[in-house]
Write a protein that binds this ligand. Structure first.
Ligand code: PBG
Length: 341
């Protein structure tokens, strides 16, 4: 080491003793004073699964504390979400019948459309977001219209799907959704939905685009909850390859050009770098989705006594905020809001 360098090190050591970084960690009040990242209930959006029937509250096996509920029960959750000060709820539907083209996604009498009307009647101030996708409604479980060849190969048809997604979004907007959120990953869907909403007089309905949605193993438990696992093949021809950051930025850029009002990265924890890059690159409100598998993992480890549930929950949510997400969609929304409250 040069003499000059060792002299500098010596001076630094003398003027900053060993406790330099620890001084501000000494008490919780000091830690709170210098904390850089904050979580609030209004940053959190609770996903809810609505199904037909009455008095139904069925727990999803792989997601403790998450339920399929009929509309009467859903309203209880909606009231609670509102009283906890959550930013909103995201609605997913479990239809009474599925078919090749996911017809119930576009029906005024669809389960989510009914649920939206009920929430708007009973808890009008609660922000409602409708997930726009066909996979919960199609018999084959893919997010769009599928064409199968005789040899068994299949293709999810982009442009045929756009028309159905746009129709679905309009029925959600008409039923009172405050925001529509396309999660299918077809090309051009934001523009198609924007046009259709405007034509229907729904110019003030914003679009939250699942702009960078990766083909992920972490969606497993959701597909249990929504009964939406693909019956054949997988989603890799439309959802993104988990290896690609630059492509994610391109996806987001295109959605913004097409008229997205808010953008989302999904999943959250395995893609914190994508969230950070999106935050640094774009000005729109940015959401991140802490998906079913992220939630299930934390619960499973906690059930085994391997990690502390509450601490892991809060740490995971803070990490997503720190990466740059303004809003977090999370199945922990209620528990976290209670803890923050
Ligand atoms: C619908 C949709 C999915 C999720 C949100 N919207 C499933 C999928 O793409 O398979 C996943 C959410 C979660 O795992 O919590 N396309």
């Amino acid at each position: 080491m040069s003499r000059a360098k060792s002299a500098i090190l010596y001076t630094v050591r003398m003027s900053f003793p060993i406790s330099r970084m620890r001084r501000l960690r000494r008490t919780e009040s000091l830690r709170a004073l210098v904390r850089e990242t904050h979580l609030a209930p209004e940053n959190l959006i609770l996903p809810l699964f609505v199904c037909p029937g009455e008095g139904v509250r069925r727990e999803v096996t792989s997601m403790p504390g998450v339920f399929n509920t009929s509309i009467d029960e859903l309203l209880k959750d909606a009231r609670e979400a509102h009283s906890l000060g959550l930013g909103g709820v995201m609605l997913f539907g479990i239809p009474s019948a599925k078919d090749e083209r996911g017809s119930e996604a576009c029906s005024e009498q669809g389960i989510v459309q009914q649920a939206l009307r009920a929430i708007k009647r009973e808890v009008p101030q609660l922000v409602t977001i409708a997930d726009v996708c066909l996979c919960e409604y199609t018999s084959h479980g893919h997010c769009g219209v599928v064409e199968k060849s005789a040899s068994g190969e299949f293709e999810v048809k982009n442009d045929e799907t756009l028309e159905l997604l746009a129709r679905s979004a309009v029925t959600f907007g008409e039923a009172g959704a405050d925001i529509v959120a396309p999660s299918d990953m077809m090309d051009g869907r934001v523009a198609a939905i924007r046009d259709a909403l405007d034509d229907a007089g729904l110019e003030s309905t914003p679009i939250l685009s699942y702009a960078a949605k990766f083909a992920s193993a972490f969606y497993g438990p959701f597909r249990d909850a929504a009964g939406s696992a693909p019956q054949f093949g997988d989603r890799r021809s439309y959802q993104m390859d988990g290896a690609n950051l630059r492509e994610a930025l391109r996806e987001i850029e295109l959605d913004i050009e097409e008229g997205a009002d808010m953008i989302m990265v999904k999943p959250a924890m395995p893609y914190l770098d994508v969230i950070a890059a999106a935050r640094a690159t774009f000005e729109l409100p940015l959401a991140a989705y802490q998906v079913s598998g992220e939630y299930a993992m934390i619960h499973a480890a906690a059930r085994n006594g391997w990690i502390d549930l509450e601490r892991a929950m809060m740490e995971s949510l803070v990490s997503i905020r720190r990466a740059g997400a303004s809003m977090i969609l999370t199945y922990f929304a209620r528990d976290a809001a209670r803890k923050l409250g």
